[in-house]
Design a protein around this ligand. Structure first.
Ligand SMILES: CC(C)(COP(=O)(O)OP(=O)(O)OC[C@H]1O[C@@H](n2cnc3c(N)ncnc32)[C@H](O)[C@@H]1OP(=O)(O)O)[C@@H](O)C(=O)NCCC(=O)NCCSC(=O)C[C@H](O)C(=O)O
Ligand SMILES: [Mg+2]
Length: 292
């Protein structure tokens, strides 16, 4: 289990050029906010977006425990380099790179950030949303600066010439490949957005699917998606109670020199206890956050 468990059930995108959204993010019950400079910001609003995001980060304390991640433009665009330099020392918790095709793109972004005086441990998150990026998921996730993969299922669907379908079958290979890469590297991974804001049942189903896959949480586009995502990706009360029971039963069994125990007819081994401990730690981290 990692030394710190960080809830990332709900990570909400908001256009960096929209001060109302940035203000609202201070009180929304999301675990994190992606302050976007890329697709949600028109070319002639990029500079305004940088200024609004800098202002928001200067008032970071007002966002409580919410993680603040800035999504910059790619280095192959007219804005990417300026975005990275502007955000290097602005106080973001992480920088999110779009359309990461290769680990070389991560290295180049890290080099610009370092040259602009970013903290040496400023984490980089990577959007996994191009066919080449998915094929290079393992080397991208293994870069020491990369702390989280974020599925970009809209761009990926476009690039694959695929269709958005309720069960997301066209996405499964890419979702699974990135999950393997993230878990092998010991980093976080977030599922992609659900674009149909009117489709509440479909949204819940895609959260459930993401949870079953093993994602830490989901990226969101509207505040109304936060509560269902928190419910789907957070441990339920019954799960936490069960986790505490099997931890206690296993520790008692260990005291008697046993390596396994049966609780309510179910075999409990070390691996179940490790997962139970992770789940309890997550529940405690969520409780400690409260509505902050
Ligand atoms: C989609 C929206 C443009 C809709 O906005 P709006 O018409 O204002 O919605 P509402 O009237 O229902 O809003 C109600 C209140 O909530 C606030 N609001 C809405 N959205 C957000 C948000 N994202 N963050 C914070 N606050 C938000 C409104 O201001 C209203 O508040 P109030 O004034 O108090 O009434 C809008 O939701 C939006 O812009 N969403 C984000 C879009 C975005 O960021 N897109 C890019 C990321 S997705 C992506 O890039 C995919 C990926 O790369 C891939 O390839 O898959
Ligand atoms: Mg995208």
């Amino acid at each position: 289990m990692p030394a710190t468990v960080r809830p990332r059930r709900s990570i909400l995108y908001m256009p960096g050029s929209n001060p109302r959204a940035l203000e609202k993010g201070r009180t929304l019950p999301a675990d994190g906010l992606i302050l976007d400079l890329e697709d949600a910001v028109a070319p002639d609003a990029k500079e305004q977006g940088r200024a609004e995001i800098r202002k928001a980060l200067e008032a970071k304390a007002a966002y409580g425990g919410r993680e603040l991640i800035v999504r910059v433009n790619g280095l192959d665009t007219p804005w990417g380099h300026t975005d990275l330099v502007a955000m290097a020392q602005a106080g973001a918790d992480a920088i999110l790179l779009p359309k990461v095709d290769s680990v070389d793109m991560v290295r180049r972004a890290a080099c610009v950030l370092d040259g602009a005086g970013a903290p040496v441990d400023l984490p980089i998150w990577c959007m996994m949303e191009t066919p080449r990026g998915i094929l290079h998921a393992e080397e991208i996730a293994d870069h020491p600066r990369v702390a989280c993969l974020v599925m970009g299922t809209s761009d990926l669907t476009k690039d694959l010439h695929a269709l958005h379908t309720p069960m997301r079958l066209p996405m499964l290979v890419s979702l699974g490949t990135c999950l393997l890469a993230a878990r092998a590297a010991g980093i976080s991974i977030l599922d992609g957005v659900h674009l149909d804001l009117a489709d509440e049942e479909g949204f819940k189903a895609s959260c459930r699917q993401g949870r079953e896959f093993g994602f830490d949480g989901k990226t969101l586009i509207h505040p109304k998606q936060i509560e269902p995502a928190n419910a789907a990706f957070g441990p339920g009360e019954a799960d936490v109670a069960w986790a505490r029971r099997i931890i206690a039963a296993f520790e008692e069994a260990q005291g008697q020199g046993k390596g396994v125990v049966v609780v309510d007819g179910k075999l409990v081994e070390n691996l179940h206890v490790a997962e139970a401990r992770r789940l309890v730690a997550m529940a405690e981290a969520i409780a400690a956050r409260g509505n902050a």
